[in-house]
Design a protein around this ligand. Structure first.
Ligand code: SF4
Length: 232
């Protein structure tokens, strides 16, 4: 997919999200929040769901947690304009409660399609609901600051995931702020590992084709008197 095609796919998903009524969250939202960011990125940040400010603005991570995410990105020399940011559910759960399993399931196809459109090398999960989507069964207290392959059923089968606490957690528990900044330091190297994994897979996938083309260059093929393709 070209960057233009990716942008078009993301915009089409956003237009569907804006009018979606698949789950009860549409009844209480002000504005759906599909996601924000460039279509030319290798990195996707996935949070839990919109909060009060996001619901008003229609944009992800624009409140206090969003300011902290901006600071975290700046701490490694990145900016949010270089990544794509979205959530597991695209509409605000009332009173910022946890999203229910049926709401997550109803919204899952949108995230899957965003992943297909962007095909990110690295997915940074923010919080346990996002982590559970990509690495079911993992415990955030044990895996934050580490990367692993995304579950094949997550929609990001070819990506690495890097687990972090949700920035909002540090607003309630200030000791987590240092942890978030320390974990963020590992994101660039996780991206390097994700790139290496991709390159290794691409080279493995190309191997049968190389073997096939080598087979076509057997001495018999070279000396086939009816094969003149190499001469023209
Ligand atoms: S949370 Fe997702 S599935 Fe539910 S109404 Fe919003 S966009 Fe639709």
């Amino acid at each position: 997919m070209t960057e233009v095609e990716r942008r078009a796919a993301l915009d089409a998903i956003g237009a569907e999200v804006a009018v979606c009524t698949r789950c009860r969250l549409h009844q209480t939202r002000t504005t759906a929040v599909p996601g924000q960011g460039t279509a030319a990125t290798e990195v996707m940040f996935v949070g839990e769901g919109p909060g009060f400010n996001e619901d008003r603005a229609g944009l992800p991570f624009v409140g206090q947690a969003g300011s902290l995410l901006n600071e975290l990105l700046e701490s490694i020399g990145w900016s949010r304009s270089e990544v794509f940011i979205t959530n597991v559910v695209k509409c605000r759960p009332p009173e910022n409660r946890d999203p229910e399993p049926d709401e997550i399931a109803a919204c899952a196809p949108f995230l899957t399609r965003q992943l297909e459109a962007l095909d990110p090398a690295l997915v940074v999960t923010l919080g346990r609901f996002s982590m559970a989507r990509f690495n079911p069964g993992a415990r955030i207290g044990q895996v934050h600051g580490t990367f692993r392959a995304a579950d094949a059923n997550s929609g990001a089968g070819g990506a690495l995931t890097y687990a972090m606490y949700h920035p909002a957690a540090a607003l309630h528990q200030t000791s987590l702020k240092d942890t978030l900044f320390k974990d963020m330091e590992g994101v660039p190297s996780a991206l390097m590992d994700a790139r290496r994994l991709r390159a290794a897979r691409a080279s493995e996938a190309a191997r049968p084709a190389i073997a096939q083309s080598s087979a076509a260059l057997t001495p018999e093929a070279d000396f086939d008197p009816t094969n003149h393709s190499g001469l023209f």
